[in-house]
Design a protein around this ligand. Structure first.
Ligand SMILES: Cc1cc2nc3c(=O)[nH]c(=O)nc-3n(C[C@H](O)[C@H](O)[C@H](O)COP(=O)(O)O)c2cc1C
Length: 211
């Protein structure tokens, strides 16, 4: 499926076929493609917990307002934004840039200071937004890649941050922008027509916001 078709035909699927599973290799393939998303300084501040076990999915469902699709989909991703992804990944990101010729080897240390200054302290609200912003690109890539490979998805923010963190042992400083259910549509599922999207005249301005 080409990219435009995948973007246009993706839908949030409410009813998954609970009888069909997806091999771990396939899930990893989609995650690997999603990881090609752009990120600030290539710092990739995302993490994922993939939940496939039936009992673990039941626990996740309880954390997510009992949305049935959480248990029915063969896999649900807990998509995690890590504000500390900057410090965790900085060395290898900059070393890789130096190795590939993006910067002079002697500029490594100087270059490492850039993101540390630009993206505020690890505990700041700006850093949290930074992590969430970058992780959102990963999440969208995941849904498009899944569609392109013949799967359906459903993004969800109807869940308790606190409960998901507690049940899945996710560190307190992380933020979970969304869960994504992944699977096949239930057999015979008839989708309602795609929901409206705003016309670009409703949200696009050229050159200036106009006060
Ligand atoms: C961040 C995010 C959170 C969402 N949370 C939920 C949710 O908790 N439950 C739900 O049924 N749908 C949820 N949705 C799905 C939206 O309702 C859906 O994407 C939107 O209505 C447009 O429909 P479409 O994706 O089929 O085009 C969420 C979507 C996004 C992007």
């Amino acid at each position: 499926m080409d990219t435009i078709e995948a973007i246009k035909s993706r839908r949030a699927i409410n009813f998954f076929d609970p009888a069909r599973t997806i091999p771990r290799e396939k899930i990893n393939e989609i995650i690997t493609i999603a990881g090609m998303a752009p990120s600030s300084f290539n710092l990739q501040p995302w993490e994922v917990v993939v939940v496939t076990d039936i009992d673990r999915k039941e626990i996740l469902k309880k954390c997510a307002s009992n949305q049935p699709k959480v248990a029915e989909a063969p896999a649900v991703l807990i998509v995690i934004a890590n504000p500390g992804g900057l410090e965790a990944n900085l060395d290898r990101v900059i070393d890789n840039m130096a190795d590939l010729g993006y910067l002079k080897p002697e500029d490594r240390d100087k270059t490492k200071k850039g993101p540390l200054t630009q993206y505020h302290s690890r505990e700041s609200i700006e850093r949290k937004f930074w992590a969430i912003k970058n992780t959102s690109f990963f999440a969208m890539n995941f849904m498009i890649a899944a569609k392109g490979l013949g799967y359906e998805t459903h993004p969800m923010d109807g869940f308790s941050q606190e409960l998901v963190k507690k049940e899945f042992h996710i560190p307190e400083d992380r933020f979970i922008p969304l869960l994504i259910a992944l699977g096949y549509p239930r057999e015979g599922l008839k989708l309602l027509p795609p929901k409206f999207r705003m016309d670009i005249v409703d949200f696009v301005k050229y050159e200036d916001y106009g006060g």
